[in-house]
Design a protein around this ligand. Sequence first.
Ligand code: M6R
Length: 631
Amino acid sequence: MCGIVGYVGGRPALQIVLDGLRRLEYRGYDSAGIAVIDNSVILTEKKAGKLANLEKALVERAGDGISVGSTAIGHTRWATHGGPTDRNAHPHLSADGRVAVIHNGIIENFARLRAELEATSVEFVSDTDTECAAHLLAAEMRALREAGAGAGAEDGPQLLAEGMRRVVRRLEGAFTLLAVDVEVPDAVVAARRNSPLVVGRGDGENFLASDVSAFIEHTREAVELGQDQVVLITPAGIEITDFTGAPATGKEFHIDWDASAAEKGGYDYFMLKEIAEQPQAIADTLLGRLSERGEIVLDEVRLTDQDLRDVDKVFIVACGTSYHAGMVAKYAIEHWVRIPCEVELASEFRYRDPILDRSTLMIVISQSGETMDTLMALRHAKEQKARVLAICNTNGSTIPRESDAVLYTHGGPEIAVASTKAFVTQLVACYLIGLHLAQIRGVMYADEVAAVVSKLQATPDALRELLGGMEDVRALARDLRTASTILFIGRHVGFPVALEGALKLKELAYMHAEGFAAGELKHGPIALIDEGTPVVCVVPSPAGRGVLRDKVVSNIQEVRARGARTIVIAEEGDDAVRAYADHLIVVPRTPTLLAPLMTTVPLQILACEIAAARGHDVDQPRNLAKSVTVE
Ligand code: M6R
């Protein structure tokens, strides 16, 4: 979950790498560092804390000539091995200072390698696993040179690539590594195993990064590296091999969003921008998925209709917000498709020995496509011969690559750590998959599918209307900023919405918050209610599910009777609920199963505004990273 950037070319490398790091800071932000090659030296600077600390240090060093260079690598870190200190920040240098390495992932056999290196008198200066790779690469480069390889300057880059291949063959775990060698000034070498890496193809310059947002302002032509590949970039070109040195190819692609999509666009926070983008994100996710007759068309799903007819059980596996999307999907899939559907936390899934076989469909949901818990669950399912369908927002990431099929959500880049537009687009993807399964298994008639589809198509406009009237929610947030706890209750699909509301508040406002199934209150949690305790109540639509709605209203009365201050989210037209609401948030009418597309949104705004009112960094909350690539 670190961010990695590399550049080689004719322009000031330092600035290009710093700009790239700024765009990747969402991936990790507990320290940052750069290495620049210039005039036969590697200059490094690294600082604990956010990128701004590194930039400040660079400004202070300007006097002693930190160079702009033409080759540079940079790193923004989320600590795994070794605390977030200057010393542990990347890049890491070899003992002779001639090689610099940055790394995303975990080298699992680092303790053994470190012991081996220390036995040869190498002195470690950090607590990281990464430092091993720097020392190993320097040793391999020395050995290659001593063996007479690379005598001509033109062989330098090839030598560096071979050195890297020798190193990665010794590493276990997950890694993206980037390295530069002072004796090979116009090259950056990189390797990828189970960790993201893309190449940006420029004109007389090339780029490496954890994701394309780092270089999108310079080029929109990219190459996605496969697993276990090494790539060498020079101003003249890009060369890819596997770990043995055999020529290999990556997947070329054109990036169809532009740099402005990765900017804040006038909002105070990425999160607010991403909340506002939700109507468009939903519309984009529906785009091209519906035939003229209103039937579901899922082109990217490479499972045959017969495969999907053979499915007798669905598992949905995900983490965090994506897990909450999966919880909503369970209600829709079981209702529409009439097959059992279990929802599991990815981090728990494989440890309980789940029963899977060829007729199990596992749906993994991940915005980033890199979440290690989800990836490991996916691999476990594949070992058991289950078919895996990924719902993912990040093209070319590991989870969709390893799945049998993928349905991409077209949410665009989500930069804020708190997931917003990813959640609603995941819901849309789940609905599409549910309807598709129901359609091909013949359990819903075409007109029934078309009726749901037309309701889905109406949600972007409804959401725009909702977002236009959130002033009261903002005022409420300012009022709630000093609350010590906020509880959330809901039933049916309102239950995952309650969990999601609580998760948002915890991660952004650092407040105690909990979501409950409203019916469970009386079995314990109701004891938490005190005079004035804020309780957010998600009320189902009275249309069609009147019983459910009445039950939630009873639960609201129960908490009010014990002194709670109720914040009620209810559908427009449900006037009877006003009597039980200290604050009423009205959402547009939506069929019950689709309602989370509406009811979640005020909770996102509530959490964002409370966090801002409490003075927190909304986009980069403490202790978190956008992409969690460790188990
Ligand atoms: O990238 P993923 O969807 O796999 O991420 C899963 C969770 O880490 C993520 O949803 C997390 O819970 C969000 N930060 C919550 O807002």
